[in-house]
Design a protein around this ligand. Structure first.
Ligand code: FES
Length: 110
């Protein structure tokens, strides 16, 4: 099991357990996070945008250029932003901290 600590826009902490090979996007969705993932991982939307904990960011494989380009268009982007559809869970990521950006809430129309 790989534990991922999600923090919602309300500051609520939710721990989700994933499997190696699972995408962070799918784990987040399964945990009830408001990640639409509209393009299903084609890097053609940014509705799967998450903010990775600073301690973890450097431990992830670097983003490819297409991901960087998409993130440039994402609302509320930060230095440690990533597209969750591009992050595949591995055992090394056990304990990963992931925050849902505020703007995700607006996309949900809430
Ligand atoms: S699901 Fe569209 S970029 Fe990740």
């Amino acid at each position: 099991m790989i534990r991922v600590n999600f923090v919602t826009t309300d500051g609520q902490k939710i721990v989700a357990e994933g499997q190696p090979g699972q995408r962070l996007l799918e784990l987040g969705q399964a945990a009830g996070m408001p990640l639409e993932g509209t393009c299903e991982g084609q890097m053609a939307c940014s509705t799967c945008h998450v903010v990775i904990g600073a301690d973890w960011f450097d431990r992830l494989p670097a983003a490819v250029e297409d991901e960087e380009d998409m993130l440039d268009l994402a609302a509320g982007v930060t230095r440690t932003s990533r597209l969750s559809c591009q992050i595949v869970l591995t055992r090394d990521l056990d304990g990963l901290d992931v925050r849902i950006p505020d703007e995700a809430r607006d996309m949900q129309g809430r």
